[in-house]
Ligand binder design. Structure first.
Ligand code: IMP
Ligand code: MG
Length: 187
């Protein structure tokens, strides 16, 4: 794993907000909660690419149930750091979800616009239940009613990168989650 002490990527961070160890400990707790909640259900875990890929791969390994994994890729039009709420499906689910219990796994809920669109879209397909699990929640920026059913951490209104989250497609491979130095945005 990348060592923060010698990594050039880490030099772009102003601070580390959540360490890999903190993230992993929280995922263990969430895994136990989800194992209990979905016991006996036909569970489909849906990873929202690309941001949730790392969280998803750790979380499904903490859920001790015979679940299915599926993947969706969506693009929300907007700038690198602001969501517009106009969402396009780039890659859809492989299998249909009629009568199944769907857990959408996201990296972060910011304005909530992306997930509101997605929730409506998936509910219309006839899932038995549809819940949202996000690693990070930034409630101060919410523009919709959306409340995640499961969340790892509530964070302040700061733009974060690492552990799947990107700025202009970079920093997804950082093991920790941190805040970029302001000068990095203007490079
Ligand atoms: P929303 O539609 O505003 O809730 O935006 C959700 C999406 O915006 C997330 O899935 C991320 O891809 C991106 N996003 C929002 N906040 C951040 C952040 O702090 N860092 C990196 N990506 C973010
Ligand atoms: Mg994303």
């Amino acid at each position: 794993m990348i060592d923060p002490k010698v990594s050039s990527l880490y030099q772009d961070l102003r601070e580390v907000l959540l360490t890999h160890a903190q993230i992993q400990a929280r995922i263990e707790e969430m895994g136990r909660e989800l194992t209990e909640a979905y016991s006996g259900c036909d569970l489909v875990c849906v990873c929202i690419l690309k941001g949730a890929a790392l969280f998803f791969s750790d979380l499904v390994r903490a859920i001790d149930l015979p679940l299915h994994m599926d993947f969706m890729s969506i693009s929300s039009y907007g700038s690198a750091t602001k969501s517009s709420g106009v969402v396009r499906i780039l890659k859809d689910l492989d299998k249909d979800i009629v009568g199944r219990h769907v857990l959408v796994i996201e990296d972060i809920v910011d304005t909530g616009l992306t997930l509101s669109f997605l929730r409506e879209n998936l509910v219309a397909r006839g899932a038995a239940s549809l819940k949202v699990c996000t690693l990070l929640d930034k409630p101060s920026r919410r523009k919709t009613e959306l409340i995640p059913d499961y969340k790892g951490f509530v964070i302040e209104d700061k733009f974060v990168v690492g552990y799947g989250l990107d700025y202009d497609e970079r920093y997804r491979n950082l093991p920790d989650i941190g805040v970029l130095k302001p000068e990095v945005y203007t490079l």
